[in-house]
Design a protein around this ligand. Sequence first.
Ligand code: DDQ
Ligand code: CA
Length: 272
Amino acid sequence: KPRTLATVSAILAVLLVISVICLLLVSSNTWRAFQQVVLYETISVVNEFPHDPQAFTQGLLYAGNDTLYESTGLYKKSSVRRVALRTGKVEKLQKLDDSVFGEGLTLLSNRLIQVTWLQTLGFIYDLKNLSKLGTFNHDMKDGWGLATDGKVLFGSDGSSTLYKIDPQTFKVISKHVVFYKGHQVHNLNELEYINGEVWANVFMTDCIAKISPKDGVVVGWIFLPNLRKELIKAGNAIDVLNGIAWDAEQERIFVTGKLWPKLYEIKVLPIK
Ligand code: DDQ
Ligand code: CA
């Protein structure tokens, strides 16, 4: 009898210890971290092309016919330019006033639309000759990234908000705070609209967030540290990854960075 009692008590004690361990595990940081593991896609390089190493890239888009348009920043050096993809040659360039800092760039109805850093001022250019058609003011905090789905504009201002903007009035139509698993994603920078998603460079990181413009939820991440690291290893004094362009016709993705001597066509590799 006492032996049975001892056995039962031992079993109960073991069960108690096990349940306490389970409870601890479930509530522990380890468990939380385990649940928050970020699955991300990686890339492979399909092609590399020359890129003006003086271009402080702030906006990038593909306009067909192996032609890119690019907005560059830095005071006294900002520009909007047409660039031949294969040679990296700057075919046409419009300088901005010394006092403005070029930022996001997008193309809608043969008009290039550009925003500027720390200001609400934007510029509209004729796609053909880059002549200035007009200016506008938007109601984001600053101008960082710009993209379009062909109907509305998407804008970022370095916060965690993704704005939907009317391309005629430049008024904010709606906005979403961008979240990944309950965490706000800050520093949204250069943008590109790709197959229903808004892709955003996250400033000072080697990450691209794929955002659903419907609700601001990050539906995926691309992590691509190697392009920047290899350029640095090769002795280039470069800045961050910035600039995504999408060739919808041939489904090509292009990326570059600020002062990068190269522009890459990349392929996104699925999560294994
Ligand atoms: N932004 O691309 C994150 C929006 C702006 C980056 C600005 C980098 C600093 C350049 C030096 C500023 C000189 C006042
Ligand atoms: Ca872009």
